[in-house]
Design a protein around this ligand. Structure first.
Ligand SMILES: Nc1ncnc2c1ncn2[C@@H]1O[C@H](COP(=O)(O)OP(=O)(O)OP(=O)(O)O)[C@@H](O)[C@H]1O
Length: 476
């Protein structure tokens, strides 16, 4: 498949001259790539590392990007080199290589939340870093998104099993189309790329993966260049068509219509379709009924919100892959704090790891709070006594009802005292109010709990660490 093509053009803007692509169009592509990266890695991660890239010359099949220091160049290459390649070639199919170069004078901003500057003396430009772009699909697949790197847990095991099944036996009855849906950053794209990579690796079938947005742009470009027949033929010649983020087609009636026909042609010819969206087919109310009906008649698999256990497993896997030791308490802390989205969780861990590597210091709970100060703040909320009770009960594995029960065994009484202590520390509730929330206990019981926990924390460092961890998790 090919991407956009541009007529020859004499550019007069000067700084980003390419072979035939107007400078303003290049800037538009670059802006779109930046916006995509920003969504993928999160605002903070983006501002810390990626915003410092500037667009250099674009030449035939090669894009040059500038960074202000060698450190940043190496970091961006290591963490985002493949992604930049993929995104550029998805924008302009002719692009084969992305070079990352150090250039004096490009803006060096703070590299960490603490404002540690990285604009140390800029070394002579190193030889350009060249990464090859794979050109086997409509949009290249991200080589990081494989089945092996996907961590499976209760919330995603069904979707994972369906994806594996399609990768093993595309077009099986009951699995066509495969419709994956779920909230933002929960792994839909990851699974689609994993299916694609698996099929392409075996060389069994031809696969085309693209976002619904890209599908629309290509369709419009084909109409403009009067090559819709060619576009249709190309699409209908693949064995597996994967369209990501289908909700983008809501309200785009002509593109929906085209997709519907492509869909029918492929399924009728026994080809596999994989689609992702943020909602189930029946809830995608802006899509035409007939399309929704067809989308829902294969296998529909929901990726649910992550659980604490899954977040821990994902963090463990990613920390291990990085080679930087991250203490379990830090992983627990992150998994408690960042609950919405795996992308953000991953971004936070990457930042910690980068910080540890940059300064040669181990990752600790303290450094985590410092380095992720802004992210944690964004996830902060007012803590309630109920929440404290729940977290403490979870931590020591007791029943929530024991927070207000009359049971006095130490296994129950101690966590209850900790919950009272934390309620005093973290909320503005009075002692009698706290007492009432713990089974109508007297305020003197709460006072006793506070002083008992304070004493114990001084005597027993492991206990103190547990309480401290809980406090950090709950703190706003
Ligand atoms: N179960 C998982 N195991 C490992 N990594 C995961 C898992 N789930 C998500 N991720 C990672 O989280 C990030 C976001 O995932 P992905 O882009 O697939 O989400 P998405 O559901 O497609 O989001 P969006 O709705 O924004 O398109 C990726 O880096 C992905 O590798």
């Amino acid at each position: 498949m090919t991407g956009f093509s541009y007529p020859d053009h004499d550019d007069d803007a000067g700084h980003t001259v390419s072979s035939g692509i107007p400078a303003e169009i290049l800037e538009m592509h670059w802006a779109r790539i930046c916006a995509r990266l920003q969504t993928e890695v999160g605002e903070v991660e983006y501002r810390t590392w990626l915003k410092q890239i500037t667009l250099g010359p674009v030449d035939e099949d090669e894009v040059t990007l500038f960074l202000p220091t060698r450190f940043l160049r190496d970091w961006v290459r290591g963490q985002y080199g493949d992604r930049l390649n993929d995104l550029w070639s998805a924008e302009i199919a002719a692009v084969r290589r992305v070079e990352l170069q150090v250039q004096r004078g490009t803006p060096a901003r703070a590299a960490s939340a603490q404002g540690v500057a990285v604009d140390a003396p800029v070394p002579e430009p190193a030889p350009p870093v060249v990464a090859e772009i794979r050109n086997d699909l409509a949009a290249p697949l991200d080589s990081r998104f494989t089945f092996d790197s996907f961590v499976v847990g209760k919330p995603n095991e069904f979707a994972y099993a369906c994806a594996r099944r399609v990768a093993e036996r595309p077009s099986s009855a009951g699995f066509n189309p495969l419709f994956l849906y779920g909230g933002v950053g929960l792994g839909k794209t990851h699974l689609m790329h994993a299916i694609g990579s698996e099929l392409v690796r075996d060389g069994r079938v031809s696969v085309a993966y693209m976002s619904a947005e890209k599908f629309m742009y290509r369709f419009i470009a084909a109409i403009r260049s009067q090559s819709t027949m060619q576009f249709k033929e190309q699409l209908r010649s693949v064995d597996v068509l994967m369209i990501d983020d289908l909700q983008f087609l809501i309200g785009k009636d002509n593109t929906q219509e085209e997709f519907f026909h492509t869909f029918n042609a492929l399924v009728d010819a026994g080809r596999q379709i994989v689609v992702s969206a943020d909602k189930s087919p029946s809830d995608l109310s802006g899509l035409e009924d007939r399309l929704r009906t067809r989308l829902g008649c294969g296998m529909v698999a929901d990726i649910h919100a992550t659980t604490f256990e899954l977040r821990i497993s994902i963090l463990e896997a990613k920390a291990q892959a990085s080679g930087v030791p991250v203490p379990p308490k830090v992983l627990e802390f992150l998994a408690h704090k960042i609950t919405t989205n795996v992308r953000e969780l991953e971004g936070a861990l990457n930042r910690l790891i980068a910080h540890a590597q940059m300064f040669g210091r181990p990752v600790t709970l303290e450094s985590t709070q410092e380095v992720l100060h802004d992210i944690l703040k964004a996830h902060d909320r007012r803590v309630t006594i109920e929440e404290i009770q729940r977290k403490v009960a979870e931590h020591w594995n007791i029943r929530l009802t024991d927070m207000s029960s009359a049971r006095r065994s130490q296994a129950v009484a101690r966590p209850r005292q900790v919950a009272m202590y934390l309620s005093k520390q973290l909320t503005s509730r009075s002692l009698p109010e706290i007492g009432r929330k713990f089974g109508n206990r007297d305020h003197t019981t709460v006072m006793h709990a506070v002083s008992r926990v304070t004493d114990l924390m001084q005597l027993d460092s492991a206990f103190a660490e547990d309480v401290e961890l809980l406090r950090r998790m709950l703190e706003s």
